[in-house]
Design a protein around this ligand. Structure first.
Ligand code: GDP
Length: 426
């Protein structure tokens, strides 16, 4: 049985906590897209961790964690993260790195930074971790797979081919130093040695696990709005953030995904460029207060530390976000954060050129959308840690039902705090 945990919005919905929780009842947890450019926050008995590349089953000895072929693998960051968690007393995880995974290399990071510099004011707000150049190379068929590391002459040939192209760009478009093949080759071989113990046939492993009726969790990064096809183009990431992509990035059969848990937060937040449309945004002192109270330490990027833009819950974006994920159920996180408000606005529609709609529009129309809010009464109580939904204040229960009626999928999990057990099921 395969389940996917994915974001219904802009990312940072609290997927890490939900995956960590569900990993307890799983045999395999797989990252299937993205790279180390975003982070999941997990708080458990070992401490507080921001995982960037390791799957969220890392803290359970019974889980096999897989870095699937769809991931942008930054080996240095992986090795660093492994050292970091074992240094904090976590037992070394069971980990398989797919031999078909492609490598995110130093020139991807350089190219990302050079491109942002070139775009100056029109930059996309990239985290500059090389993700866009990495995926561009994959589709241009000049990526290097983990398995290439184990065939030195093939590796050198592929590297020479990439550098022919990169060096023209670096020299003539960006006016930066050229790259030398020898130094890179050396670096690649040392990376190979550091991941050798983990490299394996993830595709075969996953299919066998499914055959044996194991529970497999697909762990998404970012959220629907960041999908390069169905998201807010071009303010997206460069890999598909949708559960459906798990069939490619984790190599699970399409018919095997039985459950898609879309995660959404009781308010909205988004990292990225200020030019990105963010219809339900709250700015000024009200926004500052929501940002400060959000999450477990305020709404600041787990990887970059950048302040996130915040907004009220957006039913239009979330309904669309759940639809494109194929959500079978929804986890609503951070309900406890809203306990300070007398009244809580919820975005129920967009006004575009004088027309009101609840259908999430294409990017050019989204840029002109204005929020239509309805205001619900707040509950003005600290509900952190409540595990019984029926014991939540009536206003909090009504808030959840109000959202549920507008997003088209059942809210089965309500998270009332950052810790693993701060969960109320419905
Ligand atoms: P992810 O990338 O989707 O895993 O999300 P992040 O980890 O970046 O952001 C979610 C933030 O909210 C983290 O700081 C979590 O510890 C925190 N968090 C998750 N669920 C809850 C919750 O129910 N209440 C509160 N207050 N914080 C939560």
């Amino acid at each position: 049985m395969v389940k996917a945990i994915v974001g219904a919005n802009w990312g940072d919905e609290g997927k890490g906590k939900i995956t960590d929780l569900m990993a307890r009842q799983s045999d395999v947890v797989i990252r299937f897209q993205g790279g180390a450019n975003a982070g999941h926050t997990i708080i458990n008995d070992y401490g507080r961790f921001a995982l960037h590349i390791l799957p969220s089953g890392t803290f359970y000895p019974h889980v096999t964690n897989v870095i699937g072929n769809g991931v942008a693998l930054d080996v240095k960051k992986l090795v660093h993260e492994l050292a970091d968690i074992t240094g904090q007393g976590v037992p070394a995880p069971n980990l398989i790195v797919s031999e078909r995974c492609q490598l995110l290399l130093p020139y991807h990071v350089l190219q990302d930074a050079y491109e942002e510099e070139r775009l100056a004011g029109q930059a996309f707000g990239s985290t500059k971790s090389g993700i866009a150049p990495f995926y561009s190379d994959k589709y241009a068929k000049i990526g290097i797979q983990v398995c290439d590391l184990f065939d030195e002459s093939r590796l050198r040939q592929r590297l020479d081919h990439v550098l022919d192209i990169k060096n023209v760009l670096f020299e003539h478009l960006y006016h930066k130093p050229k790259l030398a093949a020898e130094a890179l080759m050396e670096e690649l071989l040392s990376l190979r040695d550091s991941i050798r113990p983990y490299v394996g046939d993830a595709v075969g492993f996953v299919h066998q696990a499914i055959k044996e009726n194991k529970t497999v969790l697909l762990e998404g990064q970012l959220g629907s709005m960041k999908d390069p096809d169905l998201g807010i183009v071009p303010m997206t990431t460069s890999s598909h953030t949708l559960a459906g992509y798990g069939c490619v990035g984790a190599a699970v059969p399409p018919t095997a995904i039985e459950d898609v848990i879309a995660v959404t937060k009781a308010y909205s937040s988004s990292v990225g460029a200020p030019s990105e449309p963010f219809v339900s945004e709250v700015t000024g002192p009200a926004g500052d207060e929501l940002r400060r109270r959000g999450g477990d330490r305020g709404e600041f990027g787990a990887t970059t530390g950048r302040p996130r833009r915040v907004g009220w819950f957006d039913c239009v974006a979330t309904k669309y976000g759940c639809m494109v994920q194929g959500a079978t159920q929804v986890a609503l996180t951070c309900l406890d954060v809203l306990g300070y408000l007398d009244q809580i606005p919820v975005c129920v529609g967009y006004e575009i050129d004088g027309q009101i709609t609840d259908v999430f529009p294409t990017p050019p129309l989204l840029a002109r959308a204005k929020p239509v809010f309805e205001t619900l009464p707040g509950w003005k109580r600290d509900i952190r840690g409540e595990t019984d939904f029926s014991k939540l204040p009536q206003e909090a229960q009504d808030y959840v039902s109000f959202i549920e009626a507008r997003i088209g999928a059942p809210i089965t999990i309500v998270s009332t705090g950052p810790k693993r057990d701060e969960i109320a099921r419905r």
